[in-house]
Design a protein around this ligand. Structure first.
Ligand code: NAG
Ligand code: NAG
Ligand code: NAG
Ligand code: NAG
Length: 766
């Protein structure tokens, strides 16, 4: 029992470790990423802090009070309650909302509504979409009339009444009708506004949601009522929108000014009886109004403290200025962030003297987790040695490989950065000459680390060659946990087994294993065998698959009571290569779109664990699964004497995870059909299923070594008519799948010994 449980858990162990590691890393980063209590503490004198511990809390800087309030019961609930009370019969069933978030009243943070027009949607509108949409929860554009061509990927609502001045009121109506309870805050503006989205989001995140908020830049006061610039952006809390909803009629009939800001303000002020101010809670909202904005004057403007402190800048004359300003503020944020990082580093250094281990406990670079400390010699992370053109011992199977692709770019980049940094430090005196030695390793806690020995020429000293050693690290970014849709372990699996004339021998074993693993135990599966004929038998000729067909008939008779039949279907290959698409084409019609398909091969071992893994890892409209099985080496090469063991042990002398194997795959028929429709015709000929899912679908393609999938040794007959890429892959697999290199070396050695010195090595017998 215990043992079985472990067997089930062991494959999941890496996932648990991954999640724990992810959570742990998140926690390591958390103190550095926010200007939080820690930062505050670190600026204090530690001795003083010890005293403070006795008192109840650090001084409270926030004046906001968080009085508990009792919510009046919802109207609907009250009605229901009355009903239940009236007749004491069976209680009416409580209808729960579909999402817990609705029931708990959890809302999204920020909705942004933009007033735009036919003439500006393609310039200023698009600019706003580009600079704003990544930061806010929802961004919607409102215009009075549909333009000739609307830009793609933007939510646009149009009111076809040709009264531009009424759009703000229509917009309010639309929002109250559709999203009045979905967001905590609503921001309304026109497309002439530039929004510093991060700052606005930060602002509303720090105002208590219990406050009534109506913020903007005050424009005018009329009859004792204050209105704000719609151009500058107006922020409302959900409570205000709720009130507007109840009184929309008044706004629709009374707000007919020619000024958009006035219409908007009048409606709000009347309905909520709350003037527009720049204040929300203890926070201030700061739109910055510029007369005749032009980015060319930025040097003059940047000294104005209002610009630095602003949340929005308006009015923007055109999209070019919008983009330029965006670039300026991005740079500004970057500078501020860099300063912040420097400050944090100093804090960490300062605090370290009071921590266990003192200054020495700090590892370089500050803020990145310490290097992994191996527990024993098997845990040591290996350094790969590289030069400018070659990389040595990158994995267990290669001695040396030319540097190319991503590896090459990676190394070129670190060399470039090293030289730049050295020049920045030593007054630009160095010219790069060559890379002597390079080492790199991947530390799962830190990221990629490099040590480089570089030869440089010192231009200040008659180009004398100097050597420098530099150390670099490419730290890991934030670790994310990817949420996955829920799947069950009971899904019906449709196995497909293609059988060519070369495969005939192994089919008996496969069918026997299938009967044993699936039919005897009522495993929820179904098998379809595809017989691939080079020539379909003419009447009177012998059918090459007749024996197999009678075997299938035998099993069907034996298991007639189980309700599942093994099916078969013929396919003609025309003597050429049969691609996976031909196979799918022949059988897709048999399946409903929601069927889960698993491609099998003659020679694979069938295991319940594997089927369950397929069920867990294949998710409709989300993920397809391409397991990498453990393939056995050629028995007469790896075992000394007969009889060879019948089971395949997971040992490196017995076989290997064949990274080039793509023939096992599982996916839903609907996902296949969707991807297949988008495929180019030349890819149908050249590609395989794996490539199709990578190229033509948005699904996750999950590929991982799979210990529960073992495969007996297979002699590859590589088909010269197959596409060049697949043919080459087949040749590689044929040579790599024989035995390990040391086993082969030993065989060659023994062979040479036998033949006597001087004889040519001959491996033909293999
Ligand atoms: C608008 O923003 C969305 C979300 O970022 C993006 O998908 C879309 O392509 C953008 N549209 C234009 C025209 O920039
Ligand atoms: C801009 O504001 C930040 C704080 O928000 C401040 O640290 C910085 O010094 C200001 N920069 C200028 C140029 O005023
Ligand atoms: C950011 O810093 C760089 C260099 O320190 C400076 O040249 C640039 O003007 C700064 N940009 C802003 C927007 O503050
Ligand atoms: C074989 O040829 C027939 C007719 O020429 C064609 O319909 C069929 O698709 C071909 N099959 C394969 C597997 O190439």
């Amino acid at each position: 029992m215990d043992h079985k449980c472990m067997r089930f858990l062991r494959p999941l162990l890496p996932i648990f470790i991954g999640i724990c590691l992810g959570v742990a890393m998140r926690m390591m980063y958390a103190p550095f990423s926010e200007d939080s209590c820690e930062t505050y503490l670190s600026r204090q004198d530690p001795q003083q802090l010890v005293h403070m511990r006795g008192t109840k809390s650090l001084e409270s800087q926030d004046e906001e009070s968080f009085e508990p309030r009792i919510r009046p019961p919802l109207e609907q609930a009250a009605n229901q309650g009355g009903h239940v009370h009236a007749d004491a019969g069976p209680k009416t069933k409580l209808v729960r909302p579909r999402y817990a978030s609705n029931e708990l009243g959890i809302r999204e943070k920020l909705f942004v509504g933009v007033v735009t027009s036919k003439s500006t949607i393609n310039t200023l509108g698009v600019a706003l979409n580009k600079t704003l949409s990544n930061y806010v929860t929802k961004l919607t554009f409102f215009m009075d009339d549909k333009g000739p061509a609307v830009p793609p990927g933007m939510t646009i609502v149009n009111f076809a009444d040709n009264h531009p001045h009424l759009i703000p009121v229509h917009m309010l109506k639309y929002v109250t009708e559709h999203f009045s309870d979905t967001f905590d805050y609503y921001m309304f503006l026109t497309d002439h506004t530039y929004v510093r989205a991060e700052r606005v989001f930060d602002l509303v995140s720090h105002i208590s949601v219990s406050q009534h908020v109506h913020m903007g830049l005050v424009k005018s006061t009329e009859a004792g009522k204050t209105y704000c610039y719609l151009d500058g952006g107006i922020v409302l809390s959900q409570s205000m929108v709720e009130q507007v909803k109840a009184n929309m009629e008044w706004c629709l009939s009374k707000c007919h000014h020619n000024d958009q800001s006035l219409n908007f303000g009048k409606c709000l002020v009347h309905v909520t009886d709350m003037a527009c101010t720049d204040q929300g809670g203890v926070k201030k909202f700061k739109p910055y109004r510029v007369n005749a904005f032009s980015f060319d004057n930025i040097d003059k403007m940047s000294v104005v403290p209002e610009l630095n402190a602003s949340h929005t800048v308006f009015p923007m004359p055109d999209d070019t200025n919008h983009y330029k300003l965006h670039r300026y503020f991005c740079e500004h944020e970057l500078n501020t962030t860099r300063q912040e990082i420097e400050r944090l580093k100093e804090n960490i250094l300062y605090m370290s003297q009071f921590a266990p281990g003192g200054r020495d406990s700090i590892s370089w670079p500050i803020g990145v987790p310490e290097p992994y400390k191996p527990k024993n010699r098997f845990d040591v992370i290996r350094w790969d040695y590289f030069t400018e053109t070659l990389i040595y011992f990158q994995d267990d199977f290669t001695n040396v490989k030319p540097l190319k692709g991503a590896d090459k770019l990676d190394i070129q980049e670190v060399v470039k950065v090293s030289v730049e940094r050295l020049n920045a430090k030593y007054n630009n005196i160095y010219l790069y000459s060559s890379l002597n030695n390079g080492y790199r390793r991947f530390d799962p806690q830190r990221g990629m680390e490099y040590i480089l020995d570089i030869t440089l020429r010192d231009t200040s000293n008659s180009n004398l060659e100097v050597q420098k050693r530099v150390q670099l690290i490419r730290p890991l970014g934030q670790v994310e946990i990817v949420p996955m849709p829920y799947v069950t372990e009971t899904t019906h699996i449709h196995l497909i087994l293609p059988v060519s004339e070369d495969d005939k021998e192994g089919v008996g074993t496969f069918l026997d294993a299938y009967a044993h693993t699936c039919l005897d135990t009522q495993e929820n599966t179904e098998l379809l065998v595809i017989f691939i004929y080079t020539h379909l038998p003419q009447p009177g000729q012998e059918d090459t698959f007749s024996v197999l067909k009678s075997m299938i008939a035998y099993y069907n008779k034996k298991y007639a009571s189980s309700g599942t039949r093994i099916e078969w279907t013929p396919l003609q290959s025309n003597g050429t290569f049969v691609s996976e698409f031909h196979l799918m084409e022949a059988v897709t019609g048999r399946y409903t779109p929601d069927s889960l398909i698993l491609f099998c091969t003659v020679g694979m071992e069938l295991a319940t664990d594997f089927f369950n893994r397929v069920r867990m890892n294949t998710i409709a409209e989300w993920q397809v699964f391409f397991p990498i099985g453990f393939w056995q080496y050629k028995p007469n090469l790896i075992y000394d004497k007969k009889p060879y063991p019948t089971n395949i042990e997971l040992m490196n002398k017995v076989g290997h995870y064949d990274m080039l194997s793509y023939e096992h795959s599982s996916f839903y028929v609907s996902d296949y059909i969707n991807a297949r429709q988008l495929m180019m015709s030349e890819d149908i000929w050249n590609g395989d299923l794996f490539e199709m899912f990578i190229k033509y679908s948005k699904l996750h393609v999950f590929r991982a070594v799979e210990p529960a999938l073992k495969h007996r040794f297979k002699q590859f007959n590589c088909e010269a008519t197959s596409p060049p890429k697949l043919f080459q892959r087949c040749l590689d697999r044929r040579s790599q799948g024989l035995a390990t290199r040391s086993q082969l070396a030993k065989l060659i050695f023994e062979h040479q010994e036998k033949m006597g010195a001087g004889a040519q090595p001959a491996l033909n017998s293999v």
